[in-house]
Design a protein around this ligand. Structure first.
Ligand SMILES: Nc1nc2c(ncn2[C@@H]2O[C@H](COP(=O)(O)OP(=O)(O)O)[C@@H](O)[C@H]2O)c(=O)[nH]1
Ligand SMILES: [Mg+2]
Length: 395
């Protein structure tokens, strides 16, 4: 399952974000929950369900569908607050960072209202730009440190044996989930020579680590606490300073309030939407609180929480959703369930690769596939598109 790390300093709203995003009224399957550690939870990305195109309702198995929107599970990791010097082991330091090894994408929760200082204490007018620079630098230094530890030995070995240095790095640091092409790209970006790694100086290693981190562990920014007074002014400053970054205005507090009210049956609310419907009579306080939130939704389009998850998975990681079926006419599986499973796969995944992802045996017996929309037969190397409904043919 796709894993997203929620990171940032203390008191910015990571746990609030985590709680709101992992709240579920419909549990999918106990199977997934048994693999969850204490700070892990199941959140969802959303995508329009193909069931809108057919007469019959769908019968989701590994995901859920609410009013034609498919909610597909992902794993979220709520990581303890990062403090300056963490890469040297300060605070929870390395343990914190090591928790992030397996996450291919990070959401940096930022207090854009400027009401917490760099240590997480209440403050006024704290500059959130500092937090972004500090955080990225800390993660880059952590990456560099991992490499530096083994650099000399690895570099010498590679030069003596004339082995492929990129491959050696990949194998040695497989725990970081880095691909060979990422290493190749990072070496190119850093302008260093992979045939003589013993000549790299510390700055070269840092530059390489920084570029590799950017490619293999991208960070998007949840500009949180947008409901507070100074936030809008700060958001503008942060966006101007970092025009290339994905920065999403958020209110984790409001998302949590909406999901809680929805769970209690007070309102009907669809995560990610720009409105909600009141279902029961409310107290004056509840009504006022909800109307304030409604104004926020109108102003920003949503609370931003669902958008963060969707952007991380679909825009940054470049994943698509595909729906394997057994019956290309009814879009159902062997048990007759319509559109049972939604799979998140990297863009560019081929029909055969999808078969292998479902089961290695299905991959081995693969002979072709049928696009259930067009009913056309496609070959092994056919690249799947987002929201494809596909039948795998096996011998
Ligand atoms: N105004 C406002 N406060 C928030 C928001 N998100 C979290 N908080 C508050 O910030 C404080 C710290 O939140 P928490 O989730 O524990 O932060 P963490 O230390 O990063 O996990 C709590 O008092 C939250 O209620 C938000 O979107 N808006
Ligand atoms: Mg927390």
């Amino acid at each position: 399952m796709v894993l997203i790390g929620l990171v940032g300093k203390t008191n910015v709203g990571k746990s609030t974000f985590f709680k709101a995003a992992t709240m579920t009224d419909v549990e999918i399957s106990n199977r997934i929950f048994t693999t969850i550690k204490p700070n892990e939870g199941i959140g969802y990305v959303t995508s329009p369900c193909p069931c809108r195109e057919i007469e019959k309702p769908c019968n989701p198995n590994n995901s859920k569908c609410i009013n034609g929107t498919r909610f597909i599970p992902i794993k979220l990791l709520d990581v303890a607050g990062l403090i300056p010097g963490a890469h040297e082991g300060k605070g929870l330091g390395n343990q914190f960072l090591d928790d992030l090894r397996e996450a291919p994408v990070l959401i940096h929760v930022l207090d854009v209202s400027g009401t917490t200082d760099s240590e997480g204490n209440p403050s006024k007018n704290h500059n959130p730009i500092e937090d972004i620079e500090f955080f990225e630098n800390e993660v880059n230094l952590w990456y560099a440190k991992i490499f530096q530890r083994e650099w000399n030995r690895m570099a010498k070995e590679s030069e003596i044996t004339k082995s492929d240095f990129e491959k050696q790095i990949m194998n040695r640091f497989s725990g970081l989930g880095i691909k060979k092409e990422d290493i190749h790209k990072a070496i190119e970006m850093s302008g260093v020579d992979p045939t003589s790694p013993t000549k790299w100086i510390d700055e070269d290693i840092f530059e390489f680590a920084k570029n590799l981190r950017k490619i293999s562990k991208p960070i998007i920014i949840a500009a949180n606490k947008m409901d507070l007074p100074e936030a809008e002014k700060n958001l503008k400053i942060v966006k101007e300073k970092f025009p290339e970054k994905i920065i999403i205005p958020c209110s984790a507090d409001y998302e949590l309030a909406l999901r809680t009210a929805s769970e209690k049956g007070l309102i009907s609310y669809m995560p990610g939407s720009d409105d909600f419907e009141v279902l029961k009579s409310l107290t004056k306080d509840q009504e006022d609180a909800l109307e304030t939130i409604r104004k926020f939704l109108k102003r920003f389009g949503s609370t931003g929480i669902q958008e963060c998850l969707n952007k991380a998975v679909f825009d940054v990681m470049n994943y698509i959703v595909v729906y394997p079926v057994e019956d290309e006419t009814h879009w159902s599986d062997k048990k007759g369930r319509v559109l049972p499973d939604a799979h998140l796969v990297p863009k560019g995944t081929t029909a055969r690769e999808l078969a292998y992802r479902i089961h290695s045996e299905i991959g081995e017996r693969f002979i072709g596939a049928i696009d259930a929309r067009t009913k056309r037969k496609v070959g092994a190397d056919h690249e799947l598109k987002d929201r494809d409904v596909i039948k795998i043919l096996t011998r």
